[in-house]
Design a protein around this ligand. Structure first.
Ligand code: ATP
Length: 333
């Protein structure tokens, strides 16, 4: 069963086409991540699914029902924002139970469901606190818990972790993913952070300028990017791109090589001069300049012994070279 289906969905703001004829299947029980640079339309698409914006053209189906005439509150979706949107004057318990109270659920049911969710999210000891007395991560957990209490058929996350520091963000990514897997719930998650997309998603949807560039599993997209944009956007450090003779030698307009596929060799395919070496503790990044100008980044083991100014040579397994045509599309290999 497919939970959410978009057919030819477009949304215009004045002259600007924020989403352009989007066709997409968001599978049931899976974690789908919308990723792309700022302004590419991913939040707009999430808001169209939620019903917070009206679709100009196309259809949105949830569990096979056209949502055109279904109000946001009746769609059974729960949205979690980066700004938490907790009620400051209410305790954690009341924040968690608020939606059920508004829906006139019996008190015992509210207490039950709040208790279950609090346990799941490790909030049991914080139930009597108010949001001001919580850390950022705890607030985010309350925001997620508040959505969870409603037993939605899908979760919509809009950059929920961007206010948190890096360590907490990593932990919350893991928590959200664990919860989604445990509950087998459908999740759509918007982020501009490709690492977040790679680590959390079952399915990644890469957007640019209101259009979908590629849909696939994280590994698929990493290993077989459909075009230059996706190749450059997914993966950190970024894929190296070369044009001219090294590309022509591989029958392409541009070739792409991931930093981990450049191997230091005695006389390899690419020769240059080391400009900087970044030691990251578990690995090192070598930035080298080729004779005709372009820079290459190579990912090496931390014990690499090379220094700025030294000559360096890299070999590349031809099978790991990505080839792109004049239009930036990946060439079949
Ligand atoms: P970000 O990561 O910066 O949030 P995004 O990919 O989520 O970006 P959207 O918020 O979907 O992008 O915006 C897509 C485009 O539509 C942008 O150019 C934005 O300026 C425009 N846009 C979004 N909402 C509105 C609005 N209410 N009125 C006018 N233009 C809008």
């Amino acid at each position: 069963m497919s939970a959410i289906i978009l057919e030819g969905v477009s949304k215009r703001f004045g002259d600007h086409l924020a989403t352009d004829n989007i066709d997409l299947v968001i599978p049931n029980g899976r974690f789908t991540v919308f990723v792309g640079p700022s302004g590419c339309g991913k939040t707009t698409l999430l808001r169209l699914i939620a019903g917070l914006e009206d679709i100009d053209e196309g259809r949105l189906l949830i569990d096979d029902v056209d949502m055109a005439r279904t109000a946001p509150a009746a769609r059974g979706l729960a949205m979690v924002f980066q700004s938490y949107a907790l009620y400051p004057h209410m305790t954690v318990r009341d924040n968690l139970g608020f939606a059920l109270k508004v829906a006139h659920a019996p008190k015992t049911e509210i207490a039950d469901r709040v208790g279950t969710v609090a346990k799941m999210l490790d909030l049991d000891r914080l139930l009597d606190r108010k949001p001001a007395a919580l850390s950022g991560g705890q607030r985010q957990r309350v925001a997620i818990g508040r959505a969870l209490v409603r037993q939605p058929r899908a979760f919509l996350f809009d950059e929920p972790l961007s206010n948190l520091d890096a360590a907490l963000r990593g932990q919350m990514r893991f928590e959200i993913r664990r919860l989604q897997q445990e509950l087998g719930i459908t999740a759509v998650y918007v982020t501009h952070d490709q690492a977040e997309a790679m680590t959390m998603a079952d399915q990644i949807v890469v957007f640019r300028n209101g259009r979908i560039e590629q849909v696939g599993t994280p590994l698929d997209i990493y290993r077989r990017p459909a075009n230059l944009f996706v190749a450059g956007f997914i993966g950190s450090p970024r894929m190296n791109f070369l044009i001219g003779p090294p590309a022509a030698a591989h029958g392409a307009a541009t070739i792409g090589i991931r930093p981990e596929h450049l191997k230091i060799a005695d006389s390899g395919m690419l020769e240059g001069v080391v400009r900087t070496v970044e030691h990251l503790g578990n690995e090192a990044l070598i930035h080298a300049e080729l004779p005709d100008g372009p820079m290459l980044t190579a990912r090496c083991s931390e014990d690499v012994s090379t220094h700025p100014g030294e000559a360096i040579s890299f070999s590349v397994d031809p099978a790991s070279i990505h080839r792109f045509d004049d239009d930036g599309r990946a060439r079949a290999t």
